[in-house]
Design a binder for this molecule. Structure first.
Ligand code: HEC
Ligand code: HEC
Ligand code: HEC
Ligand code: HEC
Length: 206
């Protein structure tokens, strides 16, 4: 019984103390975004203008959506099913900003990039920050992976603009979205980055 009372007590205290500060932080985030002239597309920031333009003109990179990645990387979907990146669209609805282009840039997969997220009506398969939200469009990677499987060859399966062979870009794409000085998601970028090396960030097994 004591523990139940304690729980209820704790519940009230935490709601009263932490809830308003959450709301404040949220309003601060929204104000910060709305005060900026323009929100630059994260993929473009990560690559730099030249590499970005080159990649987009090559016609090799298209967003395919999570359902395609799941076919070969199921363990990542199981290991990360609670990752907040997968719920970013619904966070916009609370303040009725789910159609606001300024918000969609960081809360979807590839908004503002050719072939990226447009709207829930036309491109629901690219909602939230999916695998390709960090690694970039995956069409070339899948083409290479399929060739490898078919030919049983030893070719390296890469083909990402922001893959593991580009750690600088991968880190830059984090900070392109996680910009605010008060970042609520992590205290240490390197630690947060490293946790994504594993299919299950808690288990640290592959
Ligand atoms: C047809 C199977 C297949 C599909 C579909 C697939 N992958 Fe892969 N992926 C592979 C294989 C095979 C490797 C290489 C694994 C290794 O070398 O250990 C790989 C490696 C990777 C890597 C690490 C290497 C790198 O280039 O950074 C990432 C990241 C990755 N895949 C992400 C994705 C994403 C995102 C999708 C969906 C867009 C996807 N994969 C779809 C088979 C696939
Ligand atoms: C520059 C990228 C970026 C833009 C643009 C952006 N967000 Fe966010 N948003 C984030 C990140 C990153 C987080 C994770 C919280 C953190 O790390 O501080 C987040 C978290 C949130 C949350 C979760 C609550 C919180 O603050 O912890 C809400 C709600 C939210 N954003 C609403 C919005 C709205 C509404 C807009 C448009 C007015 C917007 N965001 C535009 C990057 C962005
Ligand atoms: C928040 C950004 C982010 C998201 C979302 C993300 N990844 Fe990654 N991924 C990373 C980072 C960071 C690494 C580590 C890169 C390195 O080794 O330097 C990584 C590494 C990988 C690797 C290589 C692991 C190894 O063995 O070295 C694979 C495979 C991979 N990701 C697949 C996926 C798949 C599939 C999804 C979607 C379910 C996904 N990623 C979503 C950031 C992300
Ligand atoms: C396209 C924008 C975008 C990119 C790229 C991105 N994030 Fe996020 N990240 C977000 C948003 C939005 C949230 C959701 C916050 C929320 O719902 O409160 C988030 C949440 C997180 C969280 C909290 C996850 C959880 O489940 O508690 C961590 C940690 C994080 N990001 C780290 C990273 C790292 C590390 C990278 C780069 C490898 C990265 N992010 C890349 C937008 C992004």
């Amino acid at each position: 019984m004591i523990s139940l009372k304690f729980f209820i007590f704790y519940f009230f205290i935490s709601t009263f103390i932490f809830f308003p500060s959450n709301i404040l932080a949220q309003n601060q985030h929204i104000e910060e975004i709305l005060s900026q002239k323009q929100i630059e597309v994260p993929l473009k920031q990560a690559l730099g203008d030249e590499a970005y333009t080159q990649a987009m003109n090559s016609g090799k990179y298209n967003y395919v959506g999570n359902s395609k990645c799941r076919l070969c990387h199921r363990e990542f979907f199981i290991g990360r099913k609670h990752d907040l990146h997968d719920f970013t669209i619904q966070k916009l609805a609370k303040s009725k900003n789910e159609k606001n282009p300024r918000c969609l840039v960081c809360h979807t997969t590839g908004y503002g990039v050719d072939d990226g997220f447009v709207s829930m009506e036309t491109t629901p398969r690219l909602a939230n920050v999916q695998c390709e939200g960090c690694h970039g469009p995956g069409s070339l990677h899948i083409k290479l992976a399929k060739e490898k499987m078919k030919l049983k060859s030893n070719i390296n399966v890469r083909g990402f603009l922001v893959g593991t062979d580009h750690p600088k870009r991968l880190k830059k794409i984090c900070t392109s979205c996680h910009t605010s000085q008060k970042n609520n998601s992590y205290n240490n970028l390197q630690e947060a980055y490293d946790s994504y090396r594993y299919a299950n960030p808690n288990m640290k097994n592959r």
